[in-house]
Ligand binder design. Structure first.
Ligand SMILES: Cc1ncc(COP(=O)(O)O)c(C=O)c1O
Length: 374
């Protein structure tokens, strides 16, 4: 049985009756930019994330970028982050002219290892940008402690982690800024690009709101330079509508993960160490991805492809080895855990509607691959 990596049409069929009237209403109003639905969405996502303020923006990437801009981070500044992430994390740091300074990851959670942060702090360090990868939050207590000790800003890259929790605290609410992505494959995806910054700081919220609209306040008066980072009215309304389903979808993802764990356990692949399953360390893992660590990853991936089973390698090239960052003068071997994760991990289908039969097919195909090798 073929299984897609993600089946967004299955999700749409469940909510079509709610979404279509919302889209029609906006199309009829023709209020496409900064319509009242944007504020509604901001309030709803901020509340969901235990934050006082939400600022809708054009993507998760722009959420990170505008947060860095709001802190005035730029040339000669350094920002500490993980090399094992989607490009936007490090790309935004470089785009404001600052230097991304990497620290290696914890091989169990794939999140930045806080024990390695302090030795990388210099007088130029301005911020720490932890990423809550795959839907599980980074170990935030030590990150926050180090940030407070050295007077650093914390920008959470929570693009993959809306609704996840660390010791009962919601992603986005622990740092000075929390950045979400509404890219369609995220747990709360819109119908295009979208994102949001959440914060508990009123002054920062005010600055973010100005920056996302060319820095204007009042209109046509620009005390600071911003950009067009606005969230479309249509996307905002879609996010708000979908948000009421998010906890159900998250519970479905979590039970899909438990089912995979059980299937892998029964397959015998765990005992002989061929496959490692995700380790849930924090209080609420939202499973944006279910990522296994395996030997002969690329061959396994080809095998799954031949069985029409979707999988993905997130991320094959860590940031310190990206061509565009050659100027940072990192090399192979600098972050061994990130490099190992890039070579050994594979994401499997975990979308909420994944059926028992589909999950069984995925694990059967993996077991078939490894039994063929022995
Ligand atoms: C960790 C991480 N950061 C940032 C982003 C950027 O989000 P967007 O694609 O909405 O720009 C993503 C999304 O792909 C991501 O996974």
């Amino acid at each position: 049985m073929g299984v897609p990596l993600l089946d967004l049409r299955a999700q749409y069929e469940r909510i079509r009756h709610e979404i279509e009237p919302v889209i029609t209403e906006i199309v009829e109003s023709q209020y496409f930019v900064m319509g009242p639905q944007v504020k509604e969405c901001e309030a709803a996502v901020a509340k969901y994330s235990a934050c006082a303020h939400g600022i809708g923006v054009s993507s998760g990437t722009d959420a990170l970028l505008v947060s860095l801009m709001a802190e005035g981070i730029g040339p000669d500044d350094e920002v500490i982050t993980t090399p094992y992430t989607f490009f936007a994390t490090a790309g935004c740091i470089a785009r404001v002219g600052a230097r991304p300074v990497f620290v290696d990851i914890d091989p169990v959670t794939y999140n930045l290892d806080p024990e390695l942060i302090e030795s990388r702090i210099t007088p130029r360090t301005k911020a720490i940008m932890p990423v809550h990868l795959y839907g599980q939050m980074a170990d935030m207590d030590p990150v926050l402690k180090i940030a407070a000790k050295h007077g650093l800003v914390v920008i959470e890259d929570a693009a993959q982690a809306i609704g996840s929790e660390y010791k009962g605290r919601r992603a986005g609410s622990l740092g000075d800024y929390g950045c979400f992505s509404f890219f369609p494959s995220k747990n709360l995806g819109c119908f295009g690009d979208g994102g949001m910054v959440v914060t508990n700081d009123a002054a920062r919220a005010e600055r973010l709101m100005r920056l996302r609209n060319h820095g204007a306040k009042p209109k046509y008066h620009h005390g600071i330079i911003g950009g067009n980072f606005r969230l479309d009215t249509l996307q905002a309304a879609i996010v708000t509508t979908k948000l009421s389903h998010l906890d159900t979808w998250t519970a479905e993802r979590q039970s899909n993960a438990v089912r995979y764990d059980r299937l892998f356990d029964r397959s015998g692949l765990l005992t002989n160490g061929v496959v490692s399953i995700p380790h849930v360390r924090e209080s609420r893992h939202i499973f944006n991805q279910y990522v296994i660590r395996v030997s002969r990853r690329d061959e396994l991936r080809d095998h799954l492809k031949s069985r029409e089973i979707g999988s993905e390698v997130y991320y094959p090239v860590p940031m310190h080895l990206q061509e565009c960052f050659a100027n940072l003068a990192y090399g192979r071997g600098d972050f061994p855990e990130a490099e190992r994760a890039a070579e050994e991990t594979l994401a499997l289908p975990i979308f909420p509607e994944l059926s028992d039969r589909q999950a069984e097919s995925v694990v059967e195909a993996i077991a078939e691959f490894y039994s063929g090798l022995t």
